[in-house]
Design a protein around this ligand. Structure first.
Ligand code: ATP
Ligand code: MG
Length: 446
């Protein structure tokens, strides 16, 4: 096969080979090209030592931040191209970083240090694909297999455990038997891995096509850094709305929602407090009163611990808190909700509610229809530019002050009351009507 290499990357390969060195594309970019996907980044591996890379690319702008590990980034037409010297990793004493790295002139040695066979392919136009460990066949068979002995490879670097799950979820690949067995018994190695690294792989896993399956099959691994999911598994709900236990319901809801980090995290965590809120009524029906608040509190702690950014923590926590907020397709109610949450959050909440409903007893499918109706109401309010927030009001704080009301918190309160009056149809959103309404409020207070 012939891979379509971006000109900036091909330029670097040409420069190195013109000087007599070997240079190949390697890793994810070869894997993704074979799969017909667009690579995230293009990595080059070369027999040239770092100083040799520098002189071969002396007329390019170079960034040498990674040079200790053999990596030099060339900026070609502003595009960064990473070049790394063939490398063998030294001993790993911390289950994460090699104690030292040794450069080598052997491509095969460099490929042997890579995590999975599908990531250990090299390619250039003259030699085609170099496949020392059966990666091409594994791609055909859609399977993830360690290069070498899985248990050893995971002991060297525990993050590979999560990378395997991530690739399985994103690429819809199965994990080969030995690699899988080793993952299931090596989960504890994740304790040595920085939370930031876990976050990055876990978020990609969660946004993969097979997140539901991977979370189900490898729950014990995920529990290493997210032990709070454990009580959900097998927790029966004893409630006619549900046909699954809490964990299975959670998995189904994750699988059905759009693959963005915020939405997937919200579904994963929306019921995490349920096992702590269970009660049974006289008829044997299960209830989870207060689980929204409990889940909210747990979500905030979990996301902070896993080093998510502030916006993600805030948005997911709020969606978890709101996931059972009553909504119905009534224009007034939806305009109030739009004011309370803003359009973006309300639309996210509708997606969360739909995913929640899809993972419940299908005989209550009517809930989904109602959510579609609510969405149509939102669309209609936006399309007709109906007023739902203070900034849509035809008066502002200065207008209220001009009525002789002193500056202070009451100005905000009056504006809010005016907005409610407009939404509830008690006052038109027109300057004169609003001013008379405000004047009447002022007079009634006097
Ligand atoms: P993507 O860029 O799509 O996330 P990738 O496979 O390119 O996936 P990178 O993190 O960019 O992942 O790494 C590039 C290559 O470096 C990998 O394909 C693999 O060959 C090697 N590699 C990355 N991380 C490890 C690791 N922890 N252990 C061994 N090899 C690794
Ligand atoms: Mg990559």
């Amino acid at each position: 096969m012939r891979i379509n290499i971006p000109p900036q990357v091909e330029f670097v390969i040409q420069k190195l080979t013109a000087m007599g060195y070997e240079a190949y594309l390697v890793g994810g970019c070869v894997r993704d090209s074979v799969l017909g996907l667009n690579p995230n980044d293009w990595d080059i591996t070369t027999s040239a030592l770092p100083d040799e890379i520098k002189s071969a690319l002396s007329d390019c702008k170079l960034i040498e931040a990674g040079v200790k590990h053999g990596t030099i980034t060339a900026l070609i037409d502003q595009v960064p191209v990473e070049v790394t010297t063939y490398r063998v990793d030294g001993k790993y004493s911390d289950n994460r970083h090699p104690d030292d790295v040794r450069f080598t002139r052997s491509l095969k040695e460099d490929l042997a240090r890579r995590d999975f066979t599908i990531n250990a392919l090299a390619y250039n136009h003259s030699d085609g694909i170099i496949d020392c460990f059966g990666g091409a066949e594994d791609i055909l068979n859609k399977q993830i297999r360690c290069v070498g002995e899985p248990t050893l490879r995971f002991q060297e670097d525990g993050l590979r455990i999560l990378r395997a799950l991530r690739f399985s979820s994103v690429l819809s690949f199965i994990i080969e038997k030995n690699t899988s067995a080793s993952i299931l018994k090596s989960g504890g190695l994740l304790d040595n891995i920085a939370r930031e690294r876990i976050n990055c792989e876990f978020t990609k896993l969660l946004c993969g096509k097979k997140a539901e399956n991977v979370l189900r099959d490898y729950r014990s691994v995920i529990e290493q850094f997210l032990p709070e999911i454990s009580p959900m598994a097998g927790f029966e709900q004893h409630n006619p709305y549900h046909i699954y236990d809490v964990w299975e319901h959670t998995l189904k809801s994750v699988g059905t929602i759009e693959a963005t980090p915020v939405l997937r995290l919200t579904m994963l965590l929306h019921d995490i407090g349920k096992p702590y809120c269970y009660t049974q009524d006289g008829k044997g029906i299960g209830h989870f009163y207060g689980h929204g608040e409990k889940s909210t509190e747990m979500t905030k702690k979990i996301l902070s611990r896993l080093k998510y950014d502030g916006v993600t923590i805030e948005t997911v926590t709020e969606l978890v808190k709101l996931h059972d907020l009553p909504l119905s397709p009534e224009e007034k109610l939806i305009r109030h909700r739009l004011n309370q949450l803003g359009q973006n959050k309300l639309r996210l909440l509708l997606k969360v509610k739909a995913a929640d409903a899809k993972a419940q007893n299908p005989i209550y499918g009517g809930r989904l229809g109602e959510l579609h109706e609510i969405e149509a109401v939102v669309d209609d309010i936006i399309a007709r530019s109906l007023c739902f927030s203070l900034k849509d009001l035809q008066v502002d704080g200065a207008d209220i002050i001009s009525l002789g009301i002193p500056q202070g918190p009451q100005i905000g309160r009056i504006l809010s009351t005016l907005l409610d009056a407009v939404i509830d149809g008690k006052c038109k959103n027109q300057f004169n009507d609003l001013m008379s309404y405000a004047q009447a409020m002022k007079d009634s207070k006097l």
